[in-house]
Design a protein around this ligand. Structure first.
Ligand code: ZN
Length: 486
């Protein structure tokens, strides 16, 4: 590969790392008064990144560089794809979207405070119009949504995704009904307080136990948990502490740990290149959900960790059995709010958003009608009657950011995660016994070998198919749910 191209590749990744660092800081330690200064710094860095990426010389280098290895070919493919998307967007449109986003965010907050969707509606109309324009600028085969989906899930198309989600919804509904018929389980945390310091210590114990390298990353607190990889040797996780509900921190940590283990597992050979990243948001999410739900909600995992949790909270949990704890951890109920949904009903929330976004992008649903459509779908999919917009159309921040096409990646994460976990289980016959003994390293090693070290070398579905023999499907996910709840 030509040296000038490789140098530029390194420069772009370094800039991306610093942008991630500044963003992480913004969400964790930034002094309140520094908000405007940081926004300006980030805008400058992002402008620099864009300029260095769309530089015409990069296009020439990419077209002319000799490639000898599969990794070099993959690198050229990944960078070309990112650059083509950036080049196709007129800067007028980029600016218009950025402005519309910040106006929409303010309007969304105000609409939430007033419980009135109409406050947000005109801003959302602008964003939908701009995203439709953006989709046309990027190019598509008649399905605008595909052009936006491509930004989060390269290679995925509505025609491939829609039937999978339709099947998933049809298979989830009877399962939810059957679980609900058993009545709600007792909440073993109700009415108790769990001091934050002990929660924090427990989350660190879990991170180390799962194999997260705290010398190549760290955990801090933020309002919304997230993870950010600045390099495979510098992975930042955050979690949040709620004294009345320790599961928030515990499962927040396990989820972000799954993202973090992935980031720490990229090959050192790919450092400072765009191959040291996940091929898609869906595959990234498969790792967080695999650890959070398939490992973190299982009996073997808690056979090891529950006595350790009780040791930190003897007064609160001393008389709570493992069975009662697991019943609380695995509660299933239809609810309004996606981020609070359990692993069974979660995908119904995603399906609802996907149908609405598709309608908005196709023009078959007008923004003025989207609240009514949301409520109607909540009735159909979840059997619930929305009475205030913060439980409905105003609950997620994604549309206020102007993000369309992101929600499906959560469902893809659940499905890919289950398919990968089923394959790991076939390859590791002692997996449950290992988890019960506090030895998850076999699973981590399997994921490192089969998923993490490849980085973005293959598209997500190709990688999953290569590792498991199966592409995108809901069978493994439904089987895992049925095994636990059926
Ligand atoms: Zn996640």
């Amino acid at each position: 590969m030509h040296e000038p191209l490789l140098n530029r590749v390194h420069e772009l990744r370094d800039l991306a790392g610093v942008i991630n660092l500044a963003t992480w800081d913004q969400e964790t330690y930034l002094p309140r008064k520094a908000e405007a200064a940081r926004a300006a710094q980030l805008s400058t860095l992002q402008g620099l990144y864009h300029e260095r990426l769309v530089d015409p010389r990069v296009g020439e280098w990419l077209a002319a560089t000799p490639v000898t290895t599969a990794r070099e070919r993959a690198l050229v493919r990944v960078l070309t794809r990112e650059r083509d998307r950036a080049v196709r967007l007129p800067s007028r449109l980029v600016k218009a979207i950025a402005e519309a986003q910040s106006l929409a965010l303010g309007a969304w907050r105000e609409a939430r405070a007033k419980q009135d969707f109409r406050v947000f509606q005109p801003r959302l109309e602008t964003l939908v119009r701009l995203r439709r324009e953006q989709a046309d600028a990027l190019g598509h085969d008649g399905e605008r949504y595909d052009a936006l989906l491509e930004g989060f899930e390269p290679g995925m198309r509505v025609a491939r995704l829609a039937p999978v989600l339709t099947s998933l919804v049809a298979r989830l509904e009877p399962l939810v009904t059957a679980i609900e018929a058993r009545g709600p389980p007792r909440d073993v945390f109700a009415g108790k307080q769990f001091p934050g310091e002990a929660q924090w210590a427990f989350t660190l114990e879990v991170l180390e136990g799962l194999g997260f390298d705290l010398e190549a990353g760290r955990q801090d607190r933020s309002i919304h948990p997230f993870s950010s990889g600045l390099a495979a040797t510098d992975v930042r996780l955050t979690t949040r502490l709620r004294e009345a509900q320790p599961l928030s921190a515990i499962f927040g940590t396990i989820h972000e740990c799954g993202h973090g283990l992935y980031e720490q597992g990229f090959s050192p050979d790919d450092a400072r290149t765009p191959l040291a990243q996940a091929p898609s948001m869906g595959l990234h999410e498969s790792q967080s959900r695999l650890w959070e739900n398939l490992v973190g909600r299982s009996r073997p995992f808690w056979s090891f960790f529950y006595p350790r949790l009780v040791a930190r909270f003897p007064a609160q949990l001393g008389d709570v059995s493992l069975d009662a704890f697991l019943a609380t951890v695995n509660r299933v109920e239809r609810s309004f709010v996606r981020v609070e949904a359990d692993e069974v009903t979660y995908n119904l929330h995603v399906a609802l958003r996907f149908e609405l976004e598709l309608g908005l992008l196709r023009g078959s649903i007008a923004v003025a009608d989207v609240e009514a459509a949301w409520n109607e779908k909540t009735r159909r999919l979840l059997g619930l009657e929305v009475t205030r917009p913060t439980d409905g159309v105003l609950q997620d921040i994604h549309w206020a950011w102007g993000e369309f096409g992101y929600f499906p990646t959560y469902a893809l994460g659940n499905l890919y995660g289950a398919t990968l976990f089923a394959a790991a289980r076939r390859a590791l016959p002692t997996l449950d016994a290992d988890l019960a003994a506090g030895r998850p390293r076999g699973l981590l090693e399997w994921l490192r070998q089969n998923v993490h070290r490849h980085g973005a070398q293959f598209d997500a579905e190709d990688l999953v198919r290569q590792v498991t023999g199966q592409g995108l499907r809901d069978d493994d996910f439904i089987a895992a749910l049925t095994a636990r709840y059926g």
